[in-house]
Design a protein around this ligand. Structure first.
Ligand code: IPM
Ligand code: MG
Length: 357
């Protein structure tokens, strides 16, 4: 199996290095895996003049999976839109047709105090957000900003297009229903059908699709209410499925219920389970290069890679158990540290996971 490794910007190289060490350790144990580094994001803009350069495109297309750190940083904030690091992320998602973004939000019992919510509200929390990733207002045309005559004067006008086709909705819906079958068999579809036609279609298609999954309970929620319910009673959810933009917002909200975004992995899959795996958090430029970032979300992303792209459930569980073990031993990076625990840096945390493996 070939893995394209994109360390990216900020803390990306530090956290990816630890995940790579974990994969290499499994390799000496018989896992057949080749790791090929390439550039994505701001570092690629600097080195190759593109956030998703051709050399990276070639490697990423050939690979069976992609492991990504994070992209972005203040030094590129004023770049023109095509040369922004995020553009690399959006481009690789679209190029590899990674339409299904899986974002689990799990509360580890050892980290119950990290949440800003009351323990009884979040204890045992285990939600999976299934976010559509290659459509919606993120990619819809037409889009732009231009001067137009409005209210009797020429002024700047900006517009984007929120658009979904039936087939796009159906394929992400299937991913959600299939995922629910391996969990608690409940799907909540999130839309804004009281206002937006495109999400009325979303709801209609989900209802049609649910006929193929009589064993899964489908419910619907308007996105504003879903945002509220996530903080009020998050444990009511099992799988949530929604479009690209609502999913962007709700997945950040869900991740913070756990209080430890540094722990949460994600997978972005195509129709044949080729995937891009990355931590749910960003590039944290403020702590980059200091050796203090939490590598566990990236290590857990590598576990998701073993599970979804390589079908190696045993190896995935081994990595996940190793992570649980270091938490049980009381090791914590700064983001999840609390009184009575041992504060460790990125490398030390990686060492501990390797030892637990
Ligand atoms: C995410 C990020 C990206 C998105 C940005 C960086 C383009 O927020 O992965 O959630 O909006 O999809
Ligand atoms: Mg986001």
């Amino acid at each position: 199996m070939k893995v394209c490794v994109l360390a990216g910007d900020g803390i990306g190289p530090e956290i990816v290095a630890e995940a790579v060490r974990v994969l290499e350790a499994l390799r000496t144990d018989g896992l057949k895996i080749e790791l090929e580094p390439a550039l994505l994001g701001g570092c690629a803009v600097d080195a190759a003049g593109s956030a998703y350069p051709e050399a990276t495109q070639k490697l990423a297309r050939e690979a069976d999976a992609v492991l990504l750190g994070a992209v972005g940083g203040p030094q590129w904030d004023n770049n023109p839109r095509p040369l922004r690091p995020e553009r690399g992320l959006l481009a690789i998602r679209k190029d590899l047709n990674l339409f299904a973004n899986l974002r689990p939000a799990i509360l580890y019992p050892e980290l119950a105090n990290a949440s800003t919510l009351k323990p009884e509200v979040v204890s045992g929390l285990d939600i999976l957000i299934v976010r559509e990733l290659t459509g919606d207002i993120y990619f819809g045309e037409p889009r732009g900003v231009e001067n137009r005559e409005v209210d009797g004067r020429s002024q700047r006008v900006g517009w984007n297009t929120m658009i979904y086709s039936e087939s796009e909705i159906r394929r992400i819906g299937k991913v959600a229903f299939e995922a629910a079958r391996k969990r608690n068999r409940r799907v909540c579809s999130v839309d804004k059908m009281n206002v937006l036609e495109t999400t009325q279609l979303w709801r209609d298609v989900m209802i049609e699709l649910s006929k193929d999954y009589p064993d899964v309970e489908l419910s619907h929620m308007l996105v504003d209410n879903a945002a509220m319910q996530l903080v009020k009673a998050p444990k009511q959810f099992d799988v949530m499925v929604t479009g690209n933009m609502f999913g962007d917002i709700l997945s950040d909200e869900a991740s913070m219920l756990t209080g430890s975004i540094g722990m949460l992995p994600s997978a972005s899959l195509d129709a044949s389970n080729k995937g891009l795996y990355e931590p749910s958090h960003g590039s944290a430029p403020d702590i980059a290069g200091k050796g203090v970032a939490n590598p566990l979300a990236t290590i857990l992303s590598a576990a998701m890679m073993l599970r979804y792209s390589f079908g190696n459930e045993a190896a995935a569980q081994r990595v996940e158990s190793a992570v649980k073990k270091v938490l049980a031993l009381g090791l914590r990076t700064g983001d999840i540290w609390e009184e009575g625990c041992k504060r460790v840096g990125t490398r030390e945390m990686g060492d501990a996971v390797l030892a637990a493996l």
